[in-house]
Design a protein. Structure first.
Length: 188
């Protein structure tokens, strides 16, 4: 009942409220990206969602226009724009994913969506059942210091979450995510 009815209702409610509340910040970020590095302001990329289904994830573009698409562990070689450095530091680059939540491609809490090339991660998620969950904006791996984790550890966090999905677990992860915002983001 929680996964099928309550969680989607909470996700949509939080997204609508957050998008309304954060609308001025979204406009400012888009305008700053446009002025700093031109179009497009959004980075739209294919990711793997629930059941292995592919979907388009939305983020504010923080890298130069012609940057390669790589896993976060390989992103240190890419050029981050001036505005990109600021929006990454403030975690504003992730806010357009609220639209993914409204479309029900994502949830507020769940495993982070992997790249199609991360077949080892998808195989591990298949084995532990977390592939059956909507990917999230935040998740257990993020509050356990996601950056720098091996694929196996990330997948294990996803499996732990899949075994304990509940309203209380989601509330704890959301509250812990606010503490994550106080940490410096990874260097790209």
């Amino acid at each position: 009942m929680y996964l099928r009815v309550i969680k989607p209702a909470i996700d949509i409610s939080i997204s609508v409220f957050a998008l309304g509340f954060l609308f001025p910040i979204l406009l400012l970020a888009a305008a700053a990206i446009l002025i700093d590095d031109g179009r497009p302001t959004l980075f739209v990329h294919e990711r793997i969602g629930r059941g292995g289904r592919r979907f388009q994830i939305f983020k504010f573009r923080s890298m130069g226009k012609d940057s390669a698409i790589v896993e976060s562990t390989q992103a240190t070689t890419l050029r981050v724009t001036r505005v990109g450095a600021v929006i990454r530091r403030l975690n504003i680059d992730e806010l357009p994913q609220l639209f993914n939540v409204l479309r029900q491609d994502m949830s507020i809490v769940g495993p982070r969506p992997g790249l199609p090339t991360q077949t080892d991660l998808h195989d591990l998620r298949q084995a532990n059942g977390s592939i059956d969950l909507l990917p999230g904006i935040t998740g257990l791996a993020q509050i356990r210091s996601y950056d720098g984790m091996s694929t196996e550890v990330k997948a294990a966090c996803d499996g732990d979450y899949a075994k304990s999905v509940s309203l209380i677990t989601d509330i704890k992860i959301i509250l812990s995510t606010f503490l994550y915002f106080l940490k410096r983001p990874p260097t790209y």
